[in-house]
Write a new protein. Structure first.
Length: 263
């Protein structure tokens, strides 16, 4: 049950990122379903599909918002620059279900929190440079462990209007601490086998990422979708025996009915 809850929240974080900007109520609440296909971890050659409950929450406050850009808090705002609090999430993976990680500890879901410097490059705010630096906590809701930090700069292009589909494209590299890479790609001597040698993952470059998103808000319901491609070539940990392929793909689609909103 805990895993289903965390996966649902992760799916919400990914799909709500696709929501378009519009002149909408201060808050909206709804519930729906989402279909999701994700690898067990970046570099895994095993992919899984999920059908999950999808909470739909939109809040457009003066300081804190849950909107097309995910969950974030406004720390500083100027004409072209914003400093915000950003949040992200990552999936779990059961090692007993993954051949490469068999007999190793499970990968718990992760929550990422930290500041993000956002620089608008055009007057219409269609182009934006995002510079998020987030600390990462792995948790299954019974325990929590800090596993380092990630830095995920990206160039973003957003499009859409108040009367049709909205969406965006984001591309950029990823960097992470040694502790973060170790959590996913280290093989301690205790878990080494003839086909899985011991490995200590260094920190540094963590590959690159390309994300597409789209959504539409209808009068009574909302539809959103995303697709994300990860490339691991040149990553600091690419020699890990747990990296089975140099690319990863995930995608999801969701629909939620709006049950209540501010008038």
């Amino acid at each position: 049950m805990r895993q289903i809850l965390i996966l649902s929240l992760m799916t919400f974080c990914l799909l709500v990122h696709a929501a378009r900007a519009a002149d909408l109520p201060r808050w909206e609440l709804g519930l729906g379903l989402a279909g999701l296909t994700i690898p067990d971890y970046r570099g895994s050659d095993e992919q899984r599909g999920y059908l999950l409950p999808l909470p739909y929450v939109q809040y457009r406050g003066e300081v804190f918002q849950i909107d097309r850009e995910g969950a974030h808090g406004k720390l500083l705002a100027a004409e072209r620059v914003r400093l915000e609090l950003s949040v992200a999430a990552g999936p779990l993976a059961r090692s007993d279900d993954n051949e490469a990680r068999r007999d190793m500890p499970d990968i718990d879901p992760t929550v990422e929190v930290g500041p993000s410097l956002e620089i608008y490059l055009t007057d219409d705010r269609a182009w934006k440079l995002e510079l998020p630096l987030r600390t990462v906590i792995a948790t299954d809701l019974t325990h929590a462990e800090g596993i380092g930090w990630v830095f995920a700069p990206s160039l973003n292009y957003r499009m859409g209007n108040n009367h049709g589909w909205g969406g965006g494209i984001a591309i950029g590299p990823l960097y992470a601490s040694e502790k973060y890479h170790d959590y996913y790609y280290e093989v301690l001597p205790t878990f080494a086998t003839a086909t899985r040698p011991a490995y200590d993952a260094p920190g540094g470059y963590s590959g690159s990422r390309l994300t597409f998103s789209a959504s539409q808000r209808f009068p009574d319901f909302w539809v959103g979708a995303f697709a994300r491609y990860d490339r691991l070539s040149g990553a600091a940990f690419e020699d890990s025996p747990l990296v089975k392929q140099k690319s990863s793909f995930m995608a999801g689609v969701g629909i939620a009915w709006v049950l209540a909103e501010a008038k």
